[in-house]
Design a protein. Structure first.
Length: 291
């Protein structure tokens, strides 16, 4: 599969509506392969990775970091994604191999996998003393509606979020999303048109599967053929920044007693990165050096 992933940012209605559109097909397929995800787990993590990569485009600093944590009462367990201002993103789900029956409409049961009793946390570390933390209860577990609710409650913005992953047993065929936010000066008539266009729009994964460009998608969901591209050079990537040095720091943080207890049960220590499944081995001599 070629990497044609991209994120574009637009303004519509003479700057009164902002749109972020993403094609993340390759990115989500990489995540599926790394974590050996079942189809429904691919749909869940793919949606979270997609919205994380889009939200990260609004961060400015090179060291800014966005972390999404979702924990519902569904069988998939915890879902985590981390993105930076370049839209490099990584993530994992607690139970990557769950399999659920399809819904009556033949679609993957994302809401059933995530559950509705739980919370969505958004943590923005933008270089301040304390990170910004927004937390809202889950509404549907379908991810997109939960983020629409998050934007309304935590960021007080009139925002619509759409996310979709089309996946078969052979892999990801289409994945993407959009975030549409109305500015305070948007008129009621413009909001009415916007709301109806979004309601009537095809699923985002279907639009991407049909090879619609992100510009065409932005025009379709807003009803404004004069949408203006304001940023188009963003390429989201699945990228993990783990290293042996970082794991060494994590081992040090365990404390002397816990490291000494490892000696009693095993000669070597093997650590595994949650985000990319890469393994790092620490020999006994290295652990002694850490001590």
């Amino acid at each position: 599969m070629d990497n044609n992933d991209k994120i574009l940012k637009f303004l519509a209605y003479n700057g009164k509506v902002s749109i972020i559109c993403a094609d993340t097909t390759y990115l989500v397929e990489q995540a599926r392969l790394i974590h050996d995800l079942s189809p429904v787990a691919t749909a869940v993590l793919g949606r979270v990775l997609t919205v994380s990569s889009m939200m990260a485009t609004n961060m400015k600093g090179n060291k800014d970091k966005l972390t999404i944590q979702i924990k519902g009462n569904g069988p998939i367990g915890s879902i985590v994604a981390v993105a930076n201002s370049s839209s490099d993103v990584k993530g994992y789900v607690e139970n990557p191999i769950i399999d659920l029956p399809l819904k009556e409409n033949g679609k993957l049961d994302v809401g059933g996998a995530v559950g509705t009793n739980g919370f969505l946390n958004v943590i923005k570390d933008i270089g301040l003393k304390e990170p910004y933390i927004g937390m809202v209860p889950l509404t549907t577990g379908e991810i997109a509606q939960d983020f629409t609710h998050y934007f309304y409650i935590s960021e007080q913005t009139n925002t619509a979020v759409a996310l979709g992953v089309l996946v078969t047993k052979d892999g990801v065929k289409a994945s993407g999303g959009y975030i549409v936010s109305a500015m305070p000066d948007a008129t009621e008539d413009e909001l009415f048109i916007l709301e109806n266009r979004i309601k009537e729009a095809k699923p985002i994964s279907k639009m991407i599967q049909e090879n619609m460009t992100l510009l065409q998608i932005a025009q379709d969901i807003t009803g404004d053929i004069n949408v203006k591209i304001i940023k188009e050079d963003i390429i989201p990537k699945y990228k993990c920044d783990c290293s042996k040095e970082k794991f060494e720091k994590a081992i040090i943080s365990m404390g002397k007693e816990e490291i000494e207890s490892i000696f009693k049960t095993q000669e070597n220590l093997e650590t595994v990165c949650h985000f990319c499944n890469k393994k790092y081995k620490f020999r006994k001599e290295e652990l002694e050096e850490i001590l």
